[in-house]
Design a protein around this ligand. Structure first.
Ligand code: NAD
Ligand code: FES
Length: 291
């Protein structure tokens, strides 16, 4: 059992928890995710790791209450435990594999959209520990739901934007990136993590600006085990699975339209049957939903 050591609401429906999980805390790297289950009957929920403290043996997760399972997770209190807390899973950010000199020479800009801020924090904190302070554009719809501002500003050069102009730059993350570019900022790489629609439009802009861009396809995962086939996506001319091959991919090669349409289809039984028939062997069976 994995005990909850800390619980905090960052916004009305966004919850932060520190969970006792020493093995994950010791082995996690930025970009990786874990799978949480409230109890034996609970659904598996894949979440990107927000922070980890090898000494304290704790792992931090941040999640939005969007359905029954996240509602059950949010109902847990300090002292309660998760039945499963499995990880670290997926491939770490490829920044972790670069020689230190190369990493330190790179001009990086992160784009953190809404709850996607949590996984960006893990990467920025790791980079800071390597002597790299990256730029970061953090977008929120409005000031009231902006999360982790203090923590983010400690590990990056932070530029905040809000869609309604209530705080920081007035506009979404693309408006903010274009503004920085127009002011003369140049980047070797953008790493965009947030809602699918945000990553899609961020990639359209960075393609135009000719900045290589990495995205995290965590939002299309369902069980995170490589079994259900939910996270199938097309990257260039290859079929990939976000939980096994990712979650990070070259954003300029990801077919976002296909991934978003598929995500909608996957939600119904009829849609899953259609996908199974259409995709044949590459559908990735084993989910038990497809009949
Ligand atoms: P949100 O809808 O409030 O959007 C956050 C910001 O994204 C906005 O303020 C805006 O700046 C930007 N954005 C949104 N739509 C855009 C568009 N069309 N063009 C340009 N910018 C746009 O975000 P939220 O409700 O906090 O996000 C929840 C989503 O984040 C969920 O869908 C979840 O799956 C996703 N998420 C993704 C990851 C990941 O690893 N990619 C991790 C955690 C959460
Ligand atoms: Fe099920 Fe990837 S989330 S196969």
């Amino acid at each position: 059992m994995f005990r909850i050591e800390k619980k905090e609401y960052l916004a009305p429906n966004i919850v932060l928890m520190d969970v006792d999980a020493p093995r994950i805390a010791k082995n996690a790297l930025p970009g990786q995710f874990l799978i949480v289950r409230v109890d034996e009957e609970g659904e598996r929920v894949p979440l990107t790791i927000c922070d980890y403290d090898a000494e304290a043996g704790t792992v931090q997760i941040v999640f939005q209450v969007v359905g029954a399972e996240s509602y059950r997770m949010a109902a847990l209190e300090v002292g309660d435990s998760f039945a499963d807390f499995v990880g670290p899973l997926g491939r770490p950010s490829d920044l972790c594999e670069l020689p230190l000199e190369e990493l330190r020479a790179m001009k990086l800009c992160f784009i953190a959209g809404g709850v996607g801020t949590a996984p960006v924090y893990a990467q920025l904190k790791w980079l800071k520990s390597q002597g790299v302070t990256a730029d970061c554009i953090q977008g929120a719809r409005t000031k009231d739901i902006l999360i982790m501002e203090k923590e983010m500003s400690e590990v990056s050069n932070l530029y905040i934007c809000t869609d309604d102009g209530s705080y920081g730059i007035n506009g979404n993350v693309c408006v903010a990136l274009q503004k920085l570019y127009d002011e003369g900022k140049r980047y070797d790489r953008v790493i965009a993590i947030g809602p699918m629609i945000m990553m899609k439009f961020a990639c359209q802009l960075t393609k135009k600006l000719e900045i290589p861009t990495i995205v995290s396809m965590n939002p299309i995962m369902v069980d995170g085990t490589g079994m259900c086939g939910a996270c199938r996506l097309v990257v260039g001319d290859e079929v990939k699975f976000a939980c096994v091959d990712g979650p990070e991919f070259d954003g300029h090669l990801v077919d976002f339209e296909q991934a978003m349409q598929r995500m909608t289809l996957y939600k119904t039984e009829e849609g899953r049957l259609y996908l199974e028939a259409k995709e044949g062997d590459s559908h990735h069976g084993g989910c038990g939903h497809c009949g």
